[in-house]
Design a protein around this ligand. Sequence first.
Ligand SMILES: *Cc1c(COP(=O)(O)O)cnc(C)c1O
Length: 371
Amino acid sequence: MSDLVIPPDLLPEDGRFGCGPSKVRPEAMARLAEVADGLLGTSHRQPPVRDQVRRLQDGIRTLFRAPSDYEVLVSVGGATAFWDAAAFGLVEQRSRHYVFGEFSGKFATATDAAPWLEEPDLVEAAFGSRPTPGSAPGCDVQAFTHNETSTGVMQDPVRADDALVLVDATSGAGGLPVDITQVDAYYFSLQKGFASEGGFTVALLSPAAVERIERIAASDRYIPTFLDLATALGNSRKHQTYNTPAVSSVFLAAEQVEWLLATHHDLDGVVGAQQAKADHVYGWAQERPFASPFVDDPAARSLVVATVDLDETVSATEVNAVLRANGVLDTDAYRKLGRNQLRVGMFPAIDAADLAAYTACVDWIVEQLTP
Ligand SMILES: *Cc1c(COP(=O)(O)O)cnc(C)c1O
């Protein structure tokens, strides 16, 4: 099957459509190569690297129109580490979690396992849909997931009470609209919407989140230093991280933020481009007899991760095998979802023309595979 050779004129220019890690722009890699000698392999406590951290922090602040009293926390670890850090340093007693896929479930698992916290309050929805947010009496944190990467469902955070609003924006950040004044901690890794690499955390924090972090850190709760958000904040204010970061990740993300602002002017501009790409992919799925969008509610369909179910006449495994053999990569469904599905990254770095090429390639493969 994977002997099929897709006609070269159908192929995308860049074949990376994964949902994380995802495409790193070659232009950013070329810039990294130009500056690498003065940057990689040099101290992260000296100005050249700290200037890159500051550049990333400033870019994030601008892109999200953060009020001047918000802080941009930077840390080593990624979103998974932030869940544990938040269980230690942001949740006072009990958290409410909106669970509608793998990633939203993982944060709930982390707070559930923390013996110093009460059992979390879960509001769940079937995978492919989203839960309804509301007030959560007795909870001091409301935990949202801006984009459930495992299912391709997006959900806007809502401030429903005076709990802190924490948003895992790892795949949504930089591609979905957000009113940051309604969020207390908007946190993400860099290997999805920011076209960089894994292992790094950025979090936009409101004054209320900072107050909570400092209060819990000053209490007698034990917090491992690596996961201590107060320690991370202290370092972030000096444009450095507590322990050694991957400097290339910081640089690539800073390049991406500046590229987003240069090419789309602001987040609204980026979101407009995302909408057009999503319209293409979902529109294509609706037109094809063998395909349909997995997410029923059009308003919940992600602008950054498209999930497309295939019917029994076409095997997603076979389609993906042919794509992979032709250099078109990583559009497998989330493994635990277990569906006959294509899951396509549409992050800002991924070109509209390449998404059009992607759907054309799938059309061509289906034509070859079906008698
Ligand atoms: C990828 C992803 C994560 C995990 O990110 P890591 O950097 O691997 O920790 C968490 N949440 C969401 C929504 C994701 O898409």
